[in-house]
Design a protein around this ligand. Sequence first.
Ligand code: ADP
Ligand code: ASP
Ligand code: MG
Length: 458
Amino acid sequence: MGVVVAKFGGSLLRDSSGYLTLVREVESLLAAGNRVVVVVSAMKGVTDTLIDIVEKPVGWEPALKNVMERYYSAARGAVVSEREMTNLFGELSRLFDELLKLVWAVKVIGEVTPHARAAIVSFGERLSAALAAAALRSQGIESVWLGGREAGLIAEGDPWEATIDYENSKTMVRNKLLPLLERNVVPVITGFVAGTFEGRTMLLGRGGSDYTATLIARFIEADEVVLYTDVPGVMTADPRRVREARVIPRLSFAEAMELALLGAKRMHPKTFEPLIGTKTTVKITMPGAESSTTVDVKGGPPPLKAVVVSEGLAVVTVVGGGLVGRIGVASRVAGVAARLGVNILSIMQPITETRISLVVKESESKKLAEALGSELQHVVSGVEREEVSAVSIVGDGLRESSISGRIVEKAAILGGVKSILWSPGSPILVVYVDPDEAWTIAETLHAEVVSQWPIKYP
Ligand code: ADP
Ligand code: ASP
Ligand code: MG
């Protein structure tokens, strides 16, 4: 019993059955005595379609019609009361009208501003929230839907990946949501969407509904966040690539943050950030599934949790005697990347200082290698560039060298391994590998290291 933020991902909201599942889950949370806030994503695939509608000069009309038909059809199947259905159809048609006007304006002008793009793409979540609230009301659950900004989420910066203003958002979210919860109304909030103080639409980055849920939970001091999705929890590897992947029963916040940053289960990288220092727990599950993943401060066994593959990377290495013993060379190398706006993912250097390797996105590696060659020509004798993938292993157990040692031992005898990176105290160990070998190596490390401990489900 407590306050629960229940987030339903697009993976579940494919058609009317997804919204009926949402109603069932909310009913059972309420029946258990909880107060519930719902956060919804757009229907599956709709965000991608809206992005295409904005970007592509042709074919947007049938695409928009298809989006409309999907929401109307889901509405017909999920809203059981005649009166709610009539109201909802009115609301959906108003929203589509607004969306169409925005798309028209963009097409007529022939270019799109970042705010207009964010506004158009936010409609996937707006339509979804209107539908979910009507589906709840039609089953006798009092509910209202709110856009992220209306719910009090204030953001600034890049309209596509905005930064949340914690202080103002906290006050506004509490003022908006707490009276509703007090009256036993279930607010349904658009995930992924926030707004500036003045009301312009801001988005939180792809997969942002997870982040919306944890932000709301922090502000209203919720007891639990439940992320409902189409897999029964975070798994030991991507289940589409590794058949033996199992659900991880417990994760610590430290492990979950590493996994989210790696993009495991396509979680938004900031999913766990708002909950640091709070008592809120996160459960990731599939409706009807027996298993789930619980994330809290403590975590639990087994010592190693998951293997994640990151593709599309490259190592850029500067070599040369001129690097040796010179104070400040590493900072000059990193400075070139900073000036180009290239994000450095890893830095490696032997203690002899004869080379410095930077891991960056492959798409940015060429310009970095060229700039290093020209700007540091008096210090380096050569610049090498090589495509790689990363196979990362995450687990609090890695902090013990006997456990990280097992991975090093195993990885050392696998073909295709290029480098192993682990820093003291770190719950992540990264193996850089030949891109063609990444999944084979991931499967081997998954089978022969990560799965060596039995998993106990509560
Ligand atoms: P949602 O729409 O519910 O947010 P996503 O589609 O964003 O769900 O993410 C869920 C998908 O992530 C799953 O269907 C699964 O195929 C994929 N996935 C990749 N890696 C993992 C993992 N380690 N554990 C669980 N799911 C994973
Ligand atoms: N609909 C958004 C996306 O596809 C946000 C989300 O699903 O979390 O990225
Ligand atoms: Mg997602």
